[in-house]
Design a protein around this ligand. Structure first.
Ligand SMILES: CC(C)(COP(=O)(O)OP(=O)(O)OC[C@H]1O[C@@H](n2cnc3c(N)ncnc32)[C@H](O)[C@@H]1OP(=O)(O)O)[C@@H](O)C(=O)NCCC(=O)NCCS
Length: 183
């Protein structure tokens, strides 16, 4: 049974084989990969990724990541994907990531998706603390995380080796006690 969670204008659900053409197109875009830990995907890598995630358990077992489709609620159009990881040492601590296809950026879909993911994590999974890392140069990501209420709590110098260089990252977090469920 597929996982599916409605979040206003978007739906978070398992990735499916039918998502492959859209998924492969944006994951192959160097601008999408620019501030992420992955290089642009080949078609074969995209297909293998979807095959590995289709029907995956949500949430994944602690210590593992699960990738969810962000689909438009109206027509199920794939807009992007988001990821959720619960830590092995403390499953009430989680981390998330998000990617939107360029044509769907700047329209509030990422905000809706992250609000939905936070709601799911705090209400359904009883998570205590959610965290996100952002390359300090990734201004759209910084704006997004702050717009959904995450607090910047750290600036980690040279925290990752991405695209051939050391990169600084901001750590953002939100506690269940700080999260205000939208009414
Ligand atoms: C990071 C990322 C997901 C942010 O996406 P985004 O499209 O900027 O975020 P949103 O969908 O929330 O859009 C925000 C904009 O929509 C606007 N907006 C909010 N609600 C809206 C609505 N209901 N209708 C229309 N626009 C709306 C906001 O005002 C904001 O506009 P602005 O950019 O002019 O300030 C995106 O830049 C991305 O995928 N980047 C590549 C991958 C990446 O780097 N991911 C982060 C790795 S951690």
């Amino acid at each position: 049974m597929d996982f599916s969670f409605e979040a206003g204008r978007v739906r978070l659900r398992n990735l499916r084989p039918a998502d492959l053409p859209d998924f492969a197109a944006y994951r192959a875009d160097p601008n999408v990969a620019r501030f992420q830990g992955f290089d642009p995907y080949t078609e074969a890598e995209a297909a293998a990724f979807i095959a590995g995630q289709a029907g995956a358990a949500v949430p994944a077992a602690p210590g593992n990541w699960v990738q969810l489709a962000i689909a438009r609620a109206d027509d199920d159009q794939l807009l992007g994907d988001c990821a959720l990881h619960r830590y092995a040492h403390e499953p009430r601590f989680g981390e998330m990531g998000i990617t939107l296809a360029p044509r769907w950026q700047g329209q509030g879909y990422a905000q809706a998706a992250l609000r939905g993911l936070l709601r799911y994590c705090f209400l359904e999974l009883s998570m205590h603390r959610m965290l996100a890392l952002a390359d300090t140069r990734n201004l759209p990501c910084v704006a997004l995380l702050e717009s959904v209420g995450l607090r910047r709590e750290g600036h980690f110098r040279h925290n990752g080796w991405y695209k051939g260089e050391w990169c600084d990252e901001y750590q953002y977090a939100l506690l269940a006690s700080e999260w205000a469920a939208p009414r």
